[in-house]
Design a protein. Structure first.
Length: 102
């Protein structure tokens, strides 16, 4: 009887993990759209879209804005790094990650 309960618990855990990883991103289809927006998207538009960034890192010619979102009850953490030039505040580079259990 104990083995059967262990199997059921393991299957329930796998279903929970699949649900957590498969849920919709709070950033939307980020990677697909951002590749088209390099050189176009402004910092103000990014803030309108995703809210105030979690933090920013200034540089001499560019700065990076960082957003952290959690979904599935904090199981999955999504990170979005957008780098803008200081002068025009136009998107120059991006990086997006989504990792469970971090």
């Amino acid at each position: 009887m104990g083995f059967r309960h262990a199997i059921i618990a393991a299957l329930a855990g796998l279903i929970l993990l699949a649900t957590a990883c498969g849920g919709a991103s709070r950033f939307g289809a980020v990677e697909e759209s951002l590749s088209k927006e390099v050189g176009v998207l402004t910092y103000a538009e990014a803030v309108d879209r995703w809210g105030k960034p979690t933090s920013t890192s200034p540089g001499q010619t560019m700065f990076t804005a960082y957003w952290l979102k959690e979904r599935s009850g904090g199981i999955v953490k999504e990170r979005l790094y957008l780098t803008f030039d200081n002068e025009k505040k136009i998107l120059r580079a991006y990086r997006y990650t989504s990792k469970p259990f971090e």
